[in-house]
Write a protein that binds this ligand. Sequence first.
Ligand SMILES: Cc1ncc(COP(=O)(O)O)c(C=O)c1O
Length: 437
Amino acid sequence: MTTTDSWTADARAGALWPSLLPPEQHGKDELCAVSAEGVRVRFADGRELLCASSGLWNTNLGYGNEAVAEAAAEALRSASYLSTFRYENVYARRAAEALVQVAGAEHYGRVLFSTSGGAANDLAMKVARHCLALRGEARRKVVVGLRGSYHGLTFGGFALTGEDLGQQLYGVDQRLVRHVPPNDPEELRTLLARQGGQIAAVVVEPVLGSGAVPLDEEYVATLLRLREEHGFLLIADEVATGFGRTGDFFASQRWPAPPDLLIASKGLTNGASAAAVVLTSRAVADVFHEAGAVLSHGETQAGTPVTCAAILATLAEMSRLDAVTRARRLGDLLTRELDALAAGHPLVTGSTGVGCFRSIRLAAADGSGAPFPQSEVPALVAAVRRAGAIVHPGLHGVQLVPALTYTDAEVAELLACVRAGLDLHLAATTERAGVGG
Ligand SMILES: Cc1ncc(COP(=O)(O)O)c(C=O)c1O
């Protein structure tokens, strides 16, 4: 046996190194997807599961949307590859215009293309720092994020991410980042009073992905007031909350005033292509335009014809399917179902989130009243899988992020899978305690 043979045999995993899976789970057919259609994903072990994570919160219109597939294929045939790097292309022009229209053309003026949520967070922080430098405030470089937030795992986004996911290990430089607790205006006020003159931007998820915690109205009002007082740029990271997910096209459209920059990614092409955008207010765009400034950012794969055709088709499909109204209706149904689940299951203590962006909060199975142990969440996710549905791990529980096109019957099926998964987990825990005792 050669070294290579023995290495492959030992790893039993093949060449693919999947993200964020522990090594003992590499190479498992039950976690290897083969195809997807509607709201179901088929796996290499032959099972077909109901997807309640919308492909990482991405296929908001379900899998296999024909109009998006057709538009992407047509763009590939007609234009192959065209960039937005030192050039423009007409697909990117059209997609930018359409995005400004849905976000609000009275406020947003321009669109920068990127390729992932993390990269778009890097880009937004660069826009903010450059904008303030052009306004004569080059010393303002600090970016404030929220504790518990998630902004991706690129070096910039990782620095801004407000949970400890190994930033120190990877040498992520967080010297120009500060974190404050969400929904706590006092800490932000204190930070601004001390360091306001150094702060370029505050970046918030309108609903924090980890735990599906919405920013409350008072906090948003304070953020907007503090922006006026201190002159930082307010950035809404709507990578997860955009494209109808929370029951509005963008969650920040509920705010009394819009952010200066809006980041979108998931749902943008209904998962067809690696895509992200940063929408800039007219005021921010004007600062660059008037200074004749060139922003030092560009990505080879950003704003290509296939991406932009998919964006345009996704927007058209959202309108045809009335996806935002459906999301709102579905959100109401989820609220009723989750309330019933909380009232009827011993592990469920409640739920958080809005629209089609939900997190189920759980208590420990030992009856101690403590929160569900985070270390047991993967086992619970696996139990729900055994019962037939894909759910995302959450904070002391699991997250439900269904496609906006779910039918009522699919909601009922999902809730049945979650109940069955919780029962399986409860039974396994009780048995273990019995054996242990
Ligand atoms: C709010 C938010 N920002 C950024 C990201 C990172 O996106 P990506 O995985 O495309 O880099 C995510 C991904 O879940 C997200 O939810």
